[in-house]
Write a protein that binds this ligand. Structure first.
Ligand SMILES: NC(=O)c1ccc[n+]([C@@H]2O[C@H](COP(=O)([O-])OP(=O)(O)OC[C@H]3O[C@@H](n4cnc5c(N)ncnc54)[C@H](O)[C@@H]3O)[C@@H](O)[C@H]2O)c1
Length: 382
C-alpha cells in the first residue's frame, strides 16, 4: 500500500469535508493503491488547529502555511483556506515539489490564477480543484447520458445557485467568519463563490462558454468591517445574472444570489436537447430528471431516476441499491479519483488549467456587468 501524506491548510467547513473524505476512502475504495495519511493540518490559531488535529486525528499541526509547505513528510498540500490565500500557497507548494489540491475558485482573478497554472505545470506536480458537484452520482450520470448523444442537439442550459444568508443589513463583512463578504479576501461575491460551481458543471456537461452578458447587484452598499471596526463599502456582487453562448450553439442562462429569501443552497440545472431533456436539483441530489420525447406518447413524461443502483456512477462503492448517499460523498469521490489518477498517470479533472477556464468566464461575467457590454471569454475548453 502506497501512502499519500496530506498537509491540509484550514480548519473550517471544507477542511472538515476533505478530512472526512480522506478518512472514508480506505474503507470504501479498498482497491486503490494509494491511501491518504492525515499527516499535518495548519491554521493560524494555535488552539483551533490543535483541537482540529486531535478531533480528526492528524499526526501534527502547524500555525504557518510556509512551514507546512516545506515539511519533508508531506506529499500533497490541500488548500481549504479563503480565496486570497490560494495563489501564494499553491505556487509555494508546487515549487517545493508537492502535489496541490486547491479549493475553488482557483483564485480571485485570472491574473492571479495564471502563475498557479504555470507553477504546477513547470514543476510537473499533480493538481486538482475541488469542483465537487461533478461527482454527485446523478450529475456524473447526466454527463454519461449527454455524452451518449441521447439529447441530440442541445438548445438550452439553465442553472441557478440561490441562497439567502446575507439579507440582514447589520451583518458585518470580513474577518474569520465573514471573509466571503470582503472583496479583498474573496475576490468577488456570488460570481466566484456560487456561479463558479455552476460554470464548471456547465462547461463539463455542455462544452465551452464563448461570450457572456451579465448584470450584478450589490444590495447592501456598506457594512461594518470586522477587522477595522469601521463602516466600509461592500465590494462584492450580492447577485448576478448572465446569459451566454456555448461553443455548441446552445444558449445559457445563469443566476446566483444570496438574497433569495427561503433558499439555502438551491443549486439546479436543466438542459434541453432536440430529443430529450435533463434536470437536477441539489435539494434532491440523488434524483435525475429525464424527459425522452422518443417515449410512447401516452406514457411520455418526466422520469424521476433515483440514482442509487450499483450500475450508476460511484454507487457500487456504497450501500445496497435504493439507499441514499449525501453531500460529503462528493468529496470522497473526488479524493478517490485523485488517488486513482496517481495510479494511472492521467490528470485529475478539473485540473488547475481547467479551473482557469472557469476563472476566465467569471472574470468576463464581472467585466460585462461593469461595462454593460458583451464580453468574449477566450475559453479554450477541451
Ligand atoms: N467545494 C465547495 O463546495 C466549497 C464549499 C465551501 C467553501 N469552498 C472553498 O473552500 C475555501 C475555504 O472555505 P471554507 O468555507 O472552508 O472557509 P472557512 O471560513 O470555514 O475556513 C477557512 C479556514 O482557513 C483558515 N485560514 C485563513 N487564512 C489562513 C492562513 N493564512 N493560513 C492558514 N489558514 C488560514 C481559517 O482559520 C479557517 O480555518 C474557499 O476557497 C471556499 O471558496 C468550497
Amino acid at each position: 500500500m502506497k501512502k499519500l501524506r496530506i498537509g491540509l491548510i484550514g480548519t473550517g467547513f471544507m477542511a472538515r469535508a476533505h478530512s472526512n473524505a480522506y478518512k472514508r476512502i480506505g474503507d470504501f475504495f479498498p482497491e486503490l493503491e494509494y491511501r491518504p495519511v492525515l499527516q499535518a493540518v495548519c491554521s493560524r490559531s494555535p488552539e483551533k488547529v490543535k483541537a482540529f488535529a486531535k478531533q480528526w486525528e492528524y499526526m501534527a499541526h502547524e500555525t504557518n502555511w510556509q512551514a507546512m509547505v516545506n515539511r519533508e513528510d508531506i506529499d500533497a498540500i490541500d488548500i481549504c483556506a479563503p480565496n486570497d490565500t490560494h495563489a501564494e500557497i499553491a505556487i509555494a507548494a508546487a515549487n517545493a515539489g508537492k502535489m496541490v489540491l486547491c479549493e475553488k475558485p482557483l483564485a480571485r482573478t485570472v491574473a492571479e490564477a495564471m502563475p498557479m497554472v504555470e507553477a504546477v505545470e513547470n514543476n510537473g506536480v499533480k493538481n486538482t480543484v475541488w469542483y465537487n458537484y461533478r461527482r454527485v452520482p446523478a450529475v456524473t450520470l447526466a454527463k454519461q447520458v449527454i455524452d451518449s448523444g441521447k439529447l441530440g442537439q442541445i438548445f438550452h442550459y439553465r442553472a441557478n445557485f440561490l441562497q439567502d444568508w446575507t439579507i440582514n443589513p447589520n451583518l458585518p463583512q470580513g474577518g474569520e467568519a465573514l471573509w466571503r463578504l470582503d472583496v479583498k479576501a474573496a475576490g468577488s461575491g456570488v460570481t466566484g463563490d456560487l456561479l463558479a460551481h455552476c460554470i464548471d458543471t456547465a462547461m463539463w456537461l455542455n462544452g465551452g462558454i464563448v461570450d457572456v452578458s451579465a448584470v450584478t447587484e450589490t444590495f447592501i452598499k456598506e457594512r461594518i468591517h470586522q477587522e477595522t471596526g469601521k463602516m466600509e463599502p461592500v465590494g462584492i456582487d450580492d447577485a448576478c445574472i448572465f446569459h451566454c453562448h456555448f461553443e455548441n450553439g446552445s444558449l445559457g442562462l445563469f443566476e446566483a444570489t444570496r438574497y433569495a429569501r427561503g433558499q439555502k443552497a438551491l443549486k439546479t440545472f436543466e438542459i434541453n436537447g432536440e430529443h430529450a431533456s435533463i434536470r437536477w436539483d441539489l435539494h434532491d441530489q440523488n434524483r435525475l430528471g429525464y424527459f425522452d420525447h422518443g417515449d410512447d406518447s401516452v406514457v411520455r413524461g418526466w422520469r424521476n431516476i433515483h440514482v442509487s443502483d450499483s450500475d450508476q456512477p460511484y454507487i457500487d462503492h456504497w450501500w445496497i441499491p435504493g439507499v441514499c448517499i449525501g453531500y460529503e460523498h462528493t468529496f470522497v469521490h473526488h479524493a478517490a479519483d485523485f488517488l486513482k489518477s496517481l495510479e494511472t498517470g492521467e490528470p485529475c479533472s478539473p485540473t488547475f488549467q481547467e479551473a482557469m477556464e472557469t476563472q476566465k468566464v467569471c472574470e468576463a461575467v464581472l467585466e460585462s456587468a461593469k461595462t454593460r457590454s458583451w464580453q468574449d471569454t477566450n475559453v479554450s475548453w477541451i
